[in-house]
Design a protein around this ligand. Structure first.
Ligand SMILES: CCCCCCCC(=O)SCCNC(=O)CCNC(=O)[C@H](O)C(C)(C)COP(=O)(O)OP(=O)(O)OC[C@H]1O[C@@H](n2cnc3c(N)ncnc32)[C@H](O)[C@@H]1OP(=O)(O)O
Length: 233
């Protein structure tokens, strides 16, 4: 698995120019130009498994029950703009640092960190994430770091809570790591909103192999929808 991962990265190096697709919007900030491309689409670093799952679920999207969720390095949705004005103390915001701010799970070069795509089914209150962890996410040799697994779980269950409750933050995340995830392998994270109590959104998920034979991790979480009358800090 690791060899094919390295081979994909070599071809990726040759196709570096692909990231600057003609349709992508351009935004320059700080010292480099960042292309606001939708990162939740296939790129040369995606393995066959990840592409197959993507294609399977894109077909479900055509049937109407599922929806692919686009994903960018910087969140520009109105919800997140409100977040900054409502909840963030301007004293804490150092504009020059903010101009460098990017979504952590979208801050690696293609194929090296988090390659993933999420699909949501609002009727079933589910978010499914297909995740391929790259070589920069190594924990023990040959396996994905527990913190990287927690990050992609947080993003998946957080998206599930966000779909139901708007701007939420993680109050609690409990993960049982059952089996180590081989580096560069593809896993399926299946998030389910279990219940809502006022501003509290309880979401659980499983992390399984593509074949579903291996249960890698299970998690429960609590997200809190932010109170517009309460500052965060
Ligand atoms: C679309 C992309 C989605 C991505 C999602 C990613 C989200 C993140 O990573 S956020 C970063 C990590 N999280 C944080 O930094 C949050 C830090 N914590 C906080 O800011 C606050 O504690 C916050 C906002 C969660 C809750 O604060 P606040 O709004 O004042 O709520 P608060 O009144 O304390 O609690 C509300 C309810 O939740 C309960 N609660 C709060 N925290 C916990 C907890 N850890 N465990 C159990 N219950 C809790 C309270 O007991 C209370 O319950 P009840 O209403 O029954 O009395």
């Amino acid at each position: 698995m690791l060899r094919s991962c390295a081979a994909r990265l070599r071809t990726l190096g040759a196709s570096r120019g692909g990231a600057r697709g003609p349709g992508a919007a351009r935004r320059s900030f700080a010292s480099e130009e960042v292309v606001d491309k939708d990162c939740a689409l296939p790129n040369p670093s995606w393995s066959k498994d990840l592409r197959l799952l993507f294609d399977q679920f894109m077909k479900k999207c055509e049937e109407g029950s599922w929806k692919r969720l686009p994903s960018y390095k910087r969140s520009s949705t109105q919800n997140f703009k409100d977040f900054r004005t409502h909840y963030v103390d301007p004293k804490l915001l150092k504009e020059e640092q903010m101009s460098e701010a990017q979504l952590f799970t979208r801050s690696f070069e293609d194929g090296l960190g988090f390659e993933y795509v999420m699909f949501c089914n609002d009727a079933e209150k589910r978010v499914v994430c297909f995740f391929q962890g790259g070589p920069r996410l190594q924990g023990v040799p040959g396996f994905t770091h527990g913190g990287a697994i927690a990050s992609i779980i947080d993003a998946t269950v957080g998206t599930c809570a966000f779909r139901a409750g708007g701007v939420v933050m993680t109050a609690n995340l409990n993960i049982n790591y059952k089996r180590p995830i081989p580096l560069c392998s593809v896993v399926v994270i299946d998030g389910q909103l279990d219940r809502v109590e006022g501003r509290k959104f309880f979401v659980s998920c499983s992390v399984r192999s593509v074949s579903e034979e291996t249960l890698y991790s299970e998690a429960t979480s609590l997200f809190i929808a932010l109170d517009p009358n309460k500052k965060l800090t």
